[in-house]
Structures are given as structure tokens and as C-alpha cells.
Design a protein around this ligand. Structure first.
Ligand code: AR6
Length: 186
């Protein structure tokens, strides 16, 4: 089931699925600071998008934690891939929440600058980097809600959650965080 919430004139959606199958102008990758590829979302995006994306990552060379860079989307149907780097979670006392929010903000700023109207995000940080799901969902959703409130040019942000558990946690947190909601409308 899709959960859709209006944020001003934009929409925020939660769906379960594989990020590489999404139709969106921009697809966000859960990258590492070396932009070297890896498992999880990163592996899936490079597999589906082909070698052009890695060539573009090599040319850029790297991206600090909490930041994002943009490349071609290769063979994916999206126009661009935005590579965002979440922090490795230790104990929550190393600035992880601020860095995670910063990674989302950086990706959203790029989307806005590039004229990407629709953007698909995975749950940054909650796989190999170990960020606890509920805390990550709260940071992710708050950051996106704040951004959409002041950037109507980004018309739709869709979180693509890989499994039922992640979808359920994001749904719960969104119910708590969203200013207005329209649950189950699609
Ligand atoms: N579509 C959507 N979500 C997915 C997919 C997919 N195809 N595959 C996994 N997830 P992760 P991170 C979920 O590990 O924690 C990589 O090796 C997954 O269940 O992809 O930011 C990079 O190269 C989890 O909830 O990203 C980095 O080194 C979420 O996506 C490092 O992992 C994020 O998991 C980044 O770690």
C-alpha cells in the first residue's frame, strides 16, 4: 500500500519496492565516501544502471559523509542518480543524526538545482551503515517535510522501502510527523 501525504503543493509517498524499478527524475543512491560501489542499494543501482555510472563516480573521486553528488543515471530510466553518503552509525553520539539530515538535504538541494521534479530515496544509512530504523526514519521524514515546505519545485518525493518492516516503521513515523495526511489514498 502506498501512503501519500501532501506537503504544500508537493507530495511525500511511502512505498515498498526496489529503488532501481522506480520512475522518477532523480534516484538517490546510498553511497560511500569513496563512491566506490558496494552492496545494498549501491550494488543494485550500479548493476541496473551499467558502467557509465561508475565511470562518472570515478571522475568525481569521492564525496564527504553528509554530502551528495550527481551523475548520469546510465541505463536507468531516471535522468540522474544522486549519490548521498550517510554516516556509519556508532552510538548516536557522534553527530550521526546531523550527518544523516545533511545527506538528505544535500540530495534534495541537488534535485532542486537540477530541475528534478520527482525524486526516489531509499532509507539512507539503515543497511550496511547500521543506523537504527526508527531514528533514521524520523530524521529522513522531518528533513524531507521541511525541505518540501520551502521548495515546491520538487513536486514528489517517494521513499522506496525494501521490506515490510521498513515500510511499517516509516508509516508509523510519518503519521507522527506529517502536518497533514491522506493515508491510503492510493
Ligand atoms: N531498493 C531499495 N532499498 C534497498 C535496496 C533496493 N534495491 N537494497 C537494499 N535496500 P544500504 P547504507 C535497503 O546498505 O546503510 C553499500 O555497500 C536496505 O534494506 O544500501 O547507507 C554502500 O556502498 C536498507 O534499509 O545503505 C556503502 O558502503 C537501506 O536500503 C554502504 O552500503 C540502506 O541500505 C551504505 O550503507
Amino acid at each position: 500500500m502506498t501512503l501519500v501525504v501532501n506537503i504544500g503543493t508537493s507530495t511525500l509517498e511511502l512505498v515498498q519496492g526496489d529503488i532501481t524499478g522506480q520512475e522518477a527524475d532523480g534516484i538517490v543512491n546510498a553511497a560511500n565516501a569513496e563512491l566506490a560501489g558496494g552492496g545494498g542499494v549501491d550494488g543494485a543501482i550500479h548493476r541496473a544502471g551499467g558502467p557509465e555510472i561508475m565511470a562518472a563516480c570515478r571522475a568525481i573521486g569521492g564525496c564527504p559523509t553528509g554530502q551528495a553528488v550527481v551523475t548520469t543515471a546510465g541505463a536507468l530510466s531516471a535522468r540522474k542518480v544522486i549519490h548521498a553518503v550517510a554516516p556509519r552509525y556508532k552510538d548516536g553520539l557522534q553527530g550521526e543524526a546531523g550527518l544523516l539530515a545533511s545527506a538528505y538535504n544535500a540530495a534534495l538541494e541537488i534535485a532542486s538545482d537540477q530541475g528534478l521534479k520527482t525524486v526516489a530515496f531509499p532509507s539512507l544509512g539503515t543497511g550496511a551503515y547500521g543506523y537504527p530504523l526508527e531514528g533514521a526514519a524520523r530524521v529522513a521524514l522531518r528533513t524531507v517535510i521541511d525541505f518540501l515546505g520551502s521548495h515546491p519545485q520538487v513536486e514528489r518525493v517517494r521513499f522506496v522501502l525494501f521490506d515490510k518492516k521498513a515500510l511499517a516503521v516509516y508509516q508509523q513515523v510519518l503519521m507522527e510527523e506529517a502536518p497533514t495526511r491522506r493515508p491510503g489514498s492510493r
